[in-house]
Structure formats: structure tokens, C-alpha cells
Design a protein around this ligand. Structure first.
Ligand code: F6P
Length: 350
């Protein structure tokens, strides 16, 4: 059995755990071989490969990022990309390819399986935790842990200076990181893409805290949240971006809502307001134990599916069980924040 593996999309803690598990299971249990493709689908198109034996994956479990490198390459947008991939499968004599990625990488994986009949298995990853069909993606727990620690640290400055601190966290389409880290860090308000909010409502929450003697506030905002429609500097489109360019999957580059909000809140309330944008720190460094274990379990099951020839599947976490489901799920919408969870968070607003 000869298995290919690639990592696509944004990097995420736990990717190396998956690669290690795929290699150890394929070689150790099935006597197969594994070839890594560098930089996501780009490596399959161009034939940029890396031999992955037991030695190559030794010591990578606690390492962040991905030893294979990653990119946001969309073969359906690259000239001859799909044909090049089909040829690569033959040339490399591959029985299966395991694609580790988010909605975009897995969307491509599903199309290649469905329309080209290629033997592909998906492994969902993203710090955003927004892939349907799986309770959690690895990377999310690490991001939440990092953001929670940041909120704890920001609390001490906010409290010492009587300031409002706006903390901008990642989350392109959903507010999972904002809600979980906000609950864990004791946020006084959490703003997410799923729940639009006005500037007046935001300022009311902060004013009420001041009225009950709390002279500081922590506001957590997801980068993909809608900018309040009643803010004076509101622009077309709702979300705040760092430019007009889009990636190969049509996504704009988000970022900046925290700064804009902080300015607007200070103008309306008169309270001194600062911002902290956590950015890529949330995706960097060593994965938590939870993410190492989840990545490892996903990698082992993906290798088993490759051996069984059970293609067009995505591994997923269902309760405490890791199970295969249709890869189609990965490209169906996004998994939005559970409103029961948001209601828990809301209990502590103001
Ligand atoms: O999907 C994960 C994520 O970190 C999002 O939270 C964020 O919007 C996006 O990736 C940033 O992507 P890039 O690495 O292209 O800046």
C-alpha cells in the first residue's frame, strides 16, 4: 500500500500529530509506504514530495505548524491543476491520498473524489472549529487555551488602568474561539459573526458595568464579526478587512475590527479603550494534549480507511468516538456556534 499525505490551508497545532500517526500506522500495521506532498495541493500538482518514513516523523508530535508546509492552492483555479493531480496519483503509484485541511482543502478533496474518482480520505483541521460533521477539529483547543491565557493577562492591565480592552481573536465565519475563550477568560462581552450587535448595545453593556462600580471591561470580538451598523465609520460589506484582495478560494483577508471598535467605544462612552489583536499567535506553537490526541486518533483512522479502500470519507469526532463520515460534509456550509453555549456566555455580559 502506498499512501500520499498533504496538509492544506492555514497551519494549525496538531498537523504533525496526524502526519506521524498516518506514517506509523501505515508502515507499522500495514507494511505500506508514505509519501508527503509539500505545500498542500501545490505539491501534488508540481510533484514536490518528501519521503516519510519512521525516522522522518520521529520527534514531531509536540511541534506546531506542519513539516510538510502548507498553502491555499486551489487546483480548480490553476491551469491544468486537476489533470496534473490525476497524473500524479498514477505516476506516484498511489493507492490513497490523505488530505488534511479545512473547508477549502477538503472541498477540493471531495470534488476530486466525486468527479475524478480519485481515492481520497479527508482529515478536518482548523483552529476555527467550524467544519460540519465533527464535534471538534484539532487546533481549536490550543487556540482557545492561548486566547484564554491572553485574556487573563489583559485583565490585569485593564483593571490596573480602568480601561476597556477589546481583544480581537480569530474566527473567519464563526465565533467558536471567541465564545470558548471568552467564557474561560470571563469576558464581559463577546461579539461573534453569528449575532449582530449595535454600537449602542455594546456601549450599554460597558456603561452598566461602570454603574455597578466595575471600572474596566474585557470585550472579545471575533475577526469575522459584523461591524456594528450604527457605528459612524461603518462601510459596505459588514466585515472589516485588511485589503480588497482575495485568496484562491475567494476569501478576503480579515482583521481590524478590534481597532475600529475600540475607537468607536472610546468616542461614545468616553472610557479609555485599548485593543489587543491576538492574530497568528493563536495558531502557533505546541499543541495541547487534547489536540495531540485528537490529531493522532484522526491520523490512525485515516490510515485504516486508506488500507480498507474506504474512500470519499472524512474522519470525525462524534462524542468520544472517532468515526468515518462522508467527505461531502466538509464542504457543506459551516458549523455555527451553538446558541445554548452562547447563552451561557451571555449570562456574564455586563
Ligand atoms: O481558518 C483559520 C484562520 O486562522 C482564520 O481564523 C483566519 O481568518 C484565517 O485562517 C487567516 O488565514 P491566513 O493564514 O491566510 O492569513
Amino acid at each position: 500500500m502506498r499512501v500520499g499525505v498533504l496538509t492544506g490551508g492555514g497551519d494549525c497545532p496538531g498537523l504533525n500529530a496526524v502526519i506521524r500517526a498516518v506514517v506509523r500506522r501505515t508502515i507499522g500495521k500495514y507494511g505500506g509506504a508514505v509519501v508527503g506532498f509539500r505545500y498542500g495541493w501545490a505539491g501534488v500538482i508540481s510533484g514536490n514530495t518528501l519521503k516519510l518514513g519512521i525516522d522522518e516523523v520521529s520527534g514531531i508530535l509536540p511541534r506546531g505548524g506542519t513539516i510538510l508546509g502548507t498553502s491555499r492552492t486551489n487546483p480548480y483555479k490553476a491551469d491544468g491543476g486537476v489533470n496534473a493531480i490525476a497524473r500524479r496519483f498514477k505516476k506516484e503509484n498511489l493507492d490513497a491520498v490523505i488530505a488534511v485541511g479545512g473547508e477549502d482543502t477538503l472541498g477540493v478533496a471531495y470534488k476530486l473524489y466525486d468527479q475524478e474518482g480519485l481515492p481520497i480520505i479527508g482529515v478536518p483541521k482548523t483552529i476555527d472549529n467550524d467544519i460540519p460533521g465533527t464535534d471538534f477539529t484539532f487546533g481549536f483547543d490550543t487556540a482557545v487555551t492561548i486566547a484564554t491565557e491572553a485574556i487573563d493577562r489583559l485583565h490585569t492591565t485593564a483593571e490596573s488602568h480602568n480601561r476597556v480592552v477589546v481583544v480581537e481573536v480569530m474566527g473567519r465565519s464563526t465565533g467558536w474561539i471567541a465564545v470558548k475563550a471568552g467564557i474561560a477568560g470571563g469576558a464581559d462581552l463577546i461579539i461573534i459573526p453569528e449575532i449582530p450587535i449595535t454600537l449602542e448595545e455594546i456601549c450599554d453593556v460597558i456603561r452598566k458595568r461602570h454603574e455597578r462600580g466595575k471600572n474596566f471591561s474585557i470585550v472579545v470580538v471575533a475577526e469575522g464579526a459584523q461591524y456594528p451598523p450604527d457605528a459612524p465609520d461603518q462601510e459596505e460589506g459588514g466585515v472589516v478587512t485588511t485589503g480588497q484582495t482575495t485568496d484562491a478560494f475567494g476569501h478576503v483577508r480579515l482583521g481590524g475590527i478590534g481597532n475600529r471598535l475600540a475607537r468607536a467605544v472610546e468616542n461614545v462612552t468616553g472610557y479609555e479603550t485599548r485593543v489587543s489583536v491576538l492574530g497568528y499567535v493563536q495558531r502557533g506553537g505546541t499543541p495541547t494534549a487534547f489536540d495531540r490526541v485528537l490529531g493522532t486518533r484522526f491520523g490512525v483512522l485515516a490510515a485504516d480507511l486508506a488500507h480498507q479502500g474506504d474512500f470519499g470519507k472524512m474522519v470525525s469526532l462524534n462524542g468520544d468516538r472517532v468515526i468515518p463520515i462522508s467527505l461531502k460534509h466538509a464542504s457543506e456550509n459551516v458549523k455555527r456556534v451553538d446558541m445554548e453555549l452562547f447563552d451561557v456566555a451571555r449570562t456574564f455580559f455586563g
